[in-house]
Write a protein that binds this ligand. Structure first.
Ligand SMILES: NC(=O)C1=CN([C@@H]2O[C@H](COP(=O)(O)OP(=O)(O)OC[C@H]3O[C@@H](n4cnc5c(N)ncnc54)[C@H](O)[C@@H]3O)[C@@H](O)[C@H]2O)C=CC1
Ligand SMILES: O=C(O)[C@@H]1CCC=N1
Length: 247
């Protein structure tokens, strides 16, 4: 496996992780059977200039948020272009990865096997990738925000710092595990099971409702999805400028 990066610092890190590393995208792609593009979207025009002409016939998987296959195909001439959207839980082997494959994908098995090394792969149409990006790609950050809020809340009501963080993380994990093991139980049913009339839980739920908690989450995910569309337009314009709108 050959990884590329621009900075010396990153190249050193990649080598320390046991990978062959080079700053030459072209060299890495020339000898590759499978190519992953995992730069930030606004770095893609530079990568496209490096490899756009030498990827014909190769499977190329982009994990870049927002950038659609139509745009990728335009500049990665003749490549079999896939889009994948993993998430940071890849670090514990539990990425939730969306995979869009082109029609009649010849390298589908290879691509799916590679992505399966990092977690669960879901085949989805491309029209769902931006929404997936907002929910599952950005999701670890949203969950981390909630967890952080819960830790602060625990400290505010006097739980010791030494256990607040662990309790918050285990709470999220155990609640999620119950719902995963019991797919017929709607989260609203679980919530109602916890609530004692005139008890503590309803006091908390009432505050969340009055502050628009659910509405904020829904709007946040919608905004992330819309942002993916904006990124697509920004990258299209960058490619038009840097490659002269080549077809
Ligand atoms: N961070 C996340 O949780 C997720 C990120 N993504 C997508 O993955 C992509 C990368 O994101 P991160 O890993 O967070 O960014 P990052 O900045 O950590 O990694 C990007 C890497 O690209 C390298 N790079 C930049 N320009 C290059 C060039 N011209 N040639 C070769 N290498 C170059 C950099 O050295 C760096 O190692 C983005 O497009 C993002 O949308 C997708 C899912 C989750
Ligand atoms: O924030 C981003 O744009 C990327 C895509 C999903 C997670 N990180």
């Amino acid at each position: 496996m050959v990884a590329t990066a621009r900075s010396q610092e990153r190249l050193v890190l990649l080598r320390e992780a046991g990978l062959e590393a080079t700053s030459c995208n072209r060299c890495a792609v020339e000898s590759a059977d499978l190519v992953f593009i995992s730069v930030k979207p606004y770095h893609f025009p530079i990568v496209a200039r490096d490899i756009g002409g030498i990827v014909a016939g190769k499977p190329v998987v982009s994990v870049m948020a927002g950038v659609p296959v139509s745009l990728l195909q335009k500049v990665l001439k003749g490549a079999e272009v896939y889009r994948a959207m993993p998430n940071l839980n890849i670090r514990v082997g539990r990425s939730l990865t969306a995979l869009y494959s082109p029609p009649n994908a010849r390298h589908y098995g290879l691509v799916r096997r590679a992505l399966s090394c990092f977690g669960t792969v879901y085949d989805v149409p491309e029209e769902f990738i931006d929404a997936w990006t907002a929910v599952a790609g950005s999701g670890p950050a949203l969950v981390a925000e909630f967890l952080d809020a819960l830790v602060l809340a625990a400290l505010a009501v006097g739980l010791p710092r030494s256990i607040a963080r662990r309790v918050a993380a285990e709470l999220l994990e155990s609640t999620a595990r119950y719902l995963l093991e019991n797919p017929d139980v709607h989260p609203g049913v679980l919530r109602d099971e916890v609530i004692t009339p005139a008890g503590t839980t309803i006091a908390a739920i009432r505050t969340l409702e009055s502050r628009g908690f659910k509405s904020a989450v829904i709007d946040a995910v919608r905004d992330a999805t819309l942002r993916a569309g904006e990124i697509a337009r920004e990258i299209a314009s960058m490619l038009d400028n840097s490659l002269g709108g080549s077809d």
